[in-house]
Design a protein around this ligand. Structure first.
Ligand SMILES: NC(=O)c1ccc[n+]([C@@H]2O[C@H](COP(=O)([O-])OP(=O)(O)OC[C@H]3O[C@@H](n4cnc5c(N)ncnc54)[C@H](O)[C@@H]3O)[C@@H](O)[C@H]2O)c1
Length: 249
């Protein structure tokens, strides 16, 4: 079903090879968008049956992000929607946390969002339209054991996106954040499912009040809404899609 404002719009999604990024590309395509996905991973990507132009690029490389954005515009036309999904999770206690892990988490989750958003925003500004959505994490809003680097990188990317929303509002460009909780993807595979669902007092973690781990499509639905004209008066917001897991504290 075509969504208002998305029919024929060019959408660029990072981290598109699998998981949430793949679900976002499929949802946007079903909503009528012409979709390009970029990912570090070469083929094969998850195939959800929708047409997606696939490009390989690393969001940590600012020069490459400029050229790949240019490539997408040359191939498909002006980008109207950007969704920053690429992300990495590295866990561990701060006292044992390696410099390389810290740097990688920030390079992808925070600097990657900056490089991609800057390259796209530069092109959206003269056109005075567009929507940018960053997929952050509910870990960016509540302290979590073993997740200091990841949570800090996501809090930074969320605030970056909201500040960008303020800078770009005068051009009619909206910038919002979707913060998922635990979602059924490769990234989630290493985590203790019972603790995720039921909570774990030993790590001061509450469970998921709605009693289920999210499907990537749940996150993609929120992104599609925020990208569409149905959200035309919504900017600088951070929508938690986590089944209540953070009690929105
Ligand atoms: N799965 C969860 O429970 C969960 C919860 C909260 C937030 N998130 C966030 O949602 C986003 C997607 O997560 P997912 O669960 O689908 O993870 P995933 O690991 O399944 O997919 C992430 C994708 O990003 C790509 N990627 C990683 N580094 C990249 C880089 N430098 N350049 C380009 N692409 C790169 C990967 O190759 C992969 O295809 C991430 O930002 C993640 O932090 C996930």
């Amino acid at each position: 079903m075509n969504e208002p404002g998305l029919s024929g719009a060019v959408a660029l999604v990072t981290g598109a090879a699998r998981g949430i990024g793949s679900a976002v590309t499929a949802a946007l395509a079903r909503a009528g968008a012409v979709v390009a996905g970029i990912d570090l991973l070469p083929e094969p990507w998850e195939d959800r049956g929708e047409k997606v132009t696939r490009l390989v690029a690393d969001v940590t490389d600012p020069a490459r992000m400029e050229t790949v954005v240019e490539e997408v515009e040359n191939l498909l036309g002006p980008i109207g929607v950007l969704v920053n999904v690429a992300g990495v999770l590295r866990t561990g206690a701060v006292t044992d946390f390696a410099e390389d892990d810290w740097n990688r988490v920030f390079a992808v989750n925070t600097s990657g969002v900056f490089h991609t958003s800057r390259a796209v925003a530069r092109r959206m500004v003269p056109r005075r339209s567009g929507a940018i959505i960053t997929v952050a994490s509910n870990a960016g809003g509540v302290p979590r054991m073993g997740m200091a680097a990841y949570a800090a990188s996501k809090a930074a990317s969320a605030m970056f996106t909201r500040c960008l929303g303020l800078e770009l509002a005068g051009y009619g460009i909206r910038c919002n954040v979707v913060s998922p909780g635990s979602t059924e993807t490769v990234m989630q595979a290493g985590l203790d499912r019972r603790a995720v669902l039921e909570g774990d007092p030993a790590t001061f973690r509450v469970g998921i009040p709605l009693g289920r781990v999210a499907d990537p499509a749940d996150i993609a639905d929120a992104v599609t809404f925020l990208a569409s004209d149905r959200a035309r008066h919504i900017t600088m917001q951070d929508l938690y899609v986590d089944g209540g897991a953070t009690l929105r504290a």
